[in-house]
Design a protein around this ligand. Structure first.
Ligand code: SF4
Ligand code: FES
Length: 260
């Protein structure tokens, strides 16, 4: 059994707004069938995005004792476009062919086992926390009242349970998810299909591509990864768990322009 919670997306002016996206009826507004966004990984090359997935950029900012997204720009993109995966492009975030001159090795090392099989389970009175350890070091799991794991232990308290669920739902990597102990509801944010470039202001580094809204991901060998609502794709080229981010962008000080 699964369910969703409505997520809000902070606008550049700081006010919360519903995350705007494609129509939910599969139509493009002119009565035409809307294409479905998907990402195909090119062998030792870029992410090939099709279906008109939106592309924007957000900073991860500290607000009191937690982190929030602050959208800073939206890109005008075509139906299809190629995003750099090697970290060497001179036209970020788009591919300029640098992967060839840099002889980029984009071999995909990530496990194909389903999330539920890979995840550890942390029980709590109000909710169970699933954790697959696929971390992008975005730090949304740290809240004023504790971290997602300790908040889960204390989830008999409704306020702390809400904090725990907030912490897991904000995680861009999809590493953390909560399941309600009472009705087995899976807490997932309702996010429109799109890609968000993350910029980590505190660490002064550029982070991964935050892919949201259940966008299909096709490996270079043509097989499809498990379809997930949230995941973080490496764009620095250094992850040891390609195509997913493993926080190496912090270690290597990856900075893809953009005023950092
Ligand atoms: S990516 Fe998820 S698990 Fe990792 S620090 Fe951020 S919120 Fe926490
Ligand atoms: S972008 Fe995070 S490891 Fe490459």
């Amino acid at each position: 059994m699964s369910g969703t919670m409505e997520a809000t997306w902070p606008r550049a002016d700081g006010r919360a707004s519903r995350h705007e996206g494609k129509r939910g009826d599969g139509q493009d507004g002119n009565g035409n069938e809307a294409a479905t966004p998907r990402i195909r990984i090119a062998t030792d090359g870029p992410y090939l995005v099709s279906g008109g997935a939106t592309l924007d950029e957000a900073q991860i900012v500290s607000v009191e004792g937690h982190h929030e997204y602050r959208r800073v720009r939206t890109f005008d993109v075509r139906e299809t476009y190629a995003l750099c995966r090697c970290g060497n492009t001179t036209t970020p975030p788009f591919c300029d062919g640098s992967h060839k001159t840099h002889r980029f090795d984009g071999a995909e090392a990530a496990s194909r086992a389903p999330y539920r099989d890979r995840a550890d389970v942390y029980p709590g009175a109000g909710a169970y926390l699933f954790d697959d350890n696929r971390c992008a070091y975005a730090r949304f799991c740290h809240r004023e009242d504790g971290e997602a794991w300790t908040l889960t232990e204390e989830s008999s308290d409704p306020r702390l349970k809400r904090e725990a669920v907030r912490a897991s739902m904000d995680c861009p990597a999809g590493r953390l998810t909560h399941v309600d102990t009472q009705d087995a509801r899976v807490y997932e944010p309702a996010l429109a299909p799109g890609i968000t470039l993350l910029q980590d202001v505190d660490e002064k580094v550029s982070g991964p591509l935050f892919v949201h809204g259940r966008i299909a991901l096709e490996a270079a060998d043509g097989t499809e990864y498990e379809r997930r609502n949230r995941y973080a794709l490496c764009r620095c080229g250094v992850s040891r768990n390609k195509p997913f981010c493993d926080a190496m962008h912090v270690n290597v000080g990856f900075a893809a322009s953009l005023g950092l």
